[in-house]
Design a protein around this ligand. Structure first.
Ligand code: ADP
Length: 586
């Protein structure tokens, strides 16, 4: 039995008379059949958040249940797509409805006409389960799409399509379980609010290498980890996100944009498709999925968008890929939650946000992880989640920031002050942290250099010492510092300028390998130690600092990897330079 609209309050509609409504069930509301989702059931009233503009919808209009939970379509065609918060393709949408979104139209997330070349990889008679790879499709030059058995299917493979061209609506496999035979296509649907099943979550100590020195060396995130970055205006958030998308050593990038001002999202929609993948030279969109909410889209779609994004990310993770999901800004997302909660007249928590704000934020970030994927063959994949927050006035005591910091392990503190002084990326090294530091340190100690973590910590200590000394300078003046203290300031300056700063727009400096990061860091520290010893022995600081090797070090970041001196050779040169320059008669 169809229900009817009882009341309309902006994006929230209450309905009565619906037969057996389910929580999170998709419903079609009104004569226009607007998309909505059940978010509350109370006695005979059902509360529905509607993903489209509800103006004109009147009490008494019909409401129909669909029996489905809010889901996304997962299959070939995802990569390169631009979707709204409930996975309606924005470009197709525009073609169907023009600039003004026509309400109630159904646009498939994945093209039904497009032909894909399917290559089977299993034989008839194989036992399959959810996640088992049936075959592959070359979706883009960079992404080999693994066609998997949907999570809720298992049994014996009784038929599989031969290699050839198919649309996603054609059957490519049949699986028999008891008397039932299921026909599988190249796509399936999955409810966005339910994490996709995995065999197990794994402990991850493998860093996601971003090529950004301040992140990789000082505040690393692991594959499958989670990080939060605040985004004060003009602090370089866009640039850092582009850098992460371009350079992170992941296979697929999912970008979820929740814009505040209309043009904010338009920028993303224009900029992203223009980005080049530095590894292939092709468009970055060949391994990217965009989910975009502009401010003129209803809040409910914004609320759903991060779940749409993470579900798509999990899907590629399940293929055995490393995926990075970026959500910007989760504050806008939380505001959508607040607006809906207010309309539901729920008891407000802090700052008017719903009491479940923290658990909803946790539900999102907890879907990050490195996993043993379901099905065969045995493989691992990861989804790394990076959420931007934009608290009003940059206030970090904001409930969204606080709830986020409780669940994420890494905080990259973008700092407006640093941006003003043109220190980029403007990540504040004193306020940022990574709870993965120890494990990543052990990883690099094994993989790169036994003293990697020790060097990183030593550099950090020098930067901290700098901030204490600068405090002192403010009080008593620079000249009151001892030569040793002055040397610390010099080394800290070198760390800031030759290591922490990185020019995203320079062809070479834009990306820095871990080897190169270690080379620069070691060189700065080696010079520091030698100079410290010389100063302690009574050497003249100005003369010591005049050593041209310091100038060499400052040029390292601009040098191509292949032109860099080998670490051991360079170490020798550094030692020699001091021996010859400063102690000619020693
Ligand atoms: P936001 O998105 O936070 O408003 P942007 O990311 O657009 O800020 O950065 C503002 C400006 O700062 C950029 O146009 C650029 O000039 C400069 N900038 C930011 N990060 C870098 C970087 N890593 N290297 C060089 N310049 C940068």
């Amino acid at each position: 039995m169809a229900g009817y609209v009882a009341r309309v309050a902006g994006p929230l509609v209450s309905a009565k008379g619906l037969d057996k409504p389910m929580m999170y069930e998709v419903v079609r509301v009104g004569e226009l059949k607007l998309f909505g989702e059940v978010i509350g059931i109370q006695e005979d009233s059902v509360y529905i958040q509607v993903y489209e503009d509800t103006s004109g919808v009147r009490p008494g209009e019909p409401v129909e249940g669909t029996g489905h939970l809010l889901s996304v379509e997962l299959g070939p065609g995802l990569i390169g797509s631009i979707y709204d918060g409930i996975q309606r393709p924005l470009d197709v949408f525009e073609q169907i409805s023009g600039v003004f979104l026509t309400r109630g139209i159904v646009a498939n997330a994945l093209s039904r006409e497009k032909i894909w070349h399917f290559v089977p990889s299993l034989d008839i008679g194989s036992q399959v389960e959810g996640g088992t790879v049936l075959g592959t499709v070359e979706e883009t030059p960079t992404v080999l799409h693994r066609i998997m058995v949907p999570p809720d299917v298992e049994g014996e493979l009784v038929w599989i399509a031969s290699e050839g061209d198919y649309t996603i609506e054609e059957t490519i496999a049949k699986v028999k379980n008891g008397d039932e035979i299921k026909e599988l296509k190249m796509y399936h649907r999955w409810p966005v609010r339910i994490p996709r099943p995995v065999k197990e979550k794994l402990y991850s100590d493998t860093p996601m290498v971003t090529g950004q020195r301040v992140l990789d060396t000082f505040f690393p995130v692991v594959k499958g980890g989670s990080a939060c970055v605040p985004g004060p205006f003009g602090a370089g958030k866009t640039v850092i996100q582009h850098q992460l998308s371009k350079w992170s050593d992941v296979d697929v990038v999912v970008y979820v944009g929740c814009g505040e001002r209309g043009n904010e999202m338009t920028e993303v929609l224009i900029e992203f498709p223009e980005l080049k993948d530095p590894r292939t030279g092709g468009p970055l969109m060949e391994r990217t999925v965009l989910v975009a909410n502009t401010s003129n889209m209803p809040v409910a779609a914004r609320e759903a968008s991060v779940f749409t994004g993470i579900t798509i990310a999990e899907y590629f993770r399940d293929m055995g890929y490393h995926v990075a999901l970026m959500a910007d800004s989760t504050s806008r997302w939380a505001e959508a939650m607040r607006e809906i909660s207010t309309r539901l007249e729920e008891m407000p928590g802090e700052e008017g946000y719903p009491a479940y704000l923290a658990s909803r934020i946790a539900a999102f970030y907890e879907r990050a992880g490195l996993v043993r994927c379901a099905g065969s063959p045995e493989r691992t994949g990861s989804a790394t989640v990076i959420g931007a927050v934009s608290p009003p006035g940059g206030d970090l005591s904001d409930p969204v920031v606080q709830a986020t910091l409780r669940v994420v392990q890494v905080f990259w503190g973008l700092d407006q002050q640093l941006a003003f002084s043109r220190h980029f990326p403007s990540i504040n090294w004193l306020s940022s942290y990574s709870l993965y530091m120890e494990r990543v340190g052990e990883f690099y100690n094994r993989a790169l250099a036994t003293d990697w973590l020790q060097k990183r910590n030593q550099a950090m200590a020098i930067l901290q010492r700098e901030s204490e000394l600068l405090e002192l300078v403010r009080l008593v003046g620079y000249d009151a510092l001892s030569p040793e203290e002055q040397l610390y300031l010099e080394t800290a300056r070198s760390l800031r300028e030759d290591f922490l700063q990185q020019d995203a727009f320079d062809e070479v400096d834009s990306y820095c390998s871990m080897q190169k990061q270690y080379l620069i860091l070691s060189a700065i520290l080696q010079v520091h130690e030698i100079m410290l010893e010389l100063v302690r022995k009574g050497g003249d600081l100005r003369q010591i600092l005049a050593n041209p090797i310091r100038e060499r070090i400052s040029r390292l970041r601009w040098q191509r990897e292949q032109d860099l001196p080998p670490l051991e050779v360079f170490k020798g040169e550094i030692a020699k330079s001091f021996f010859e320059e400063v102690m000619p008669n020693d």
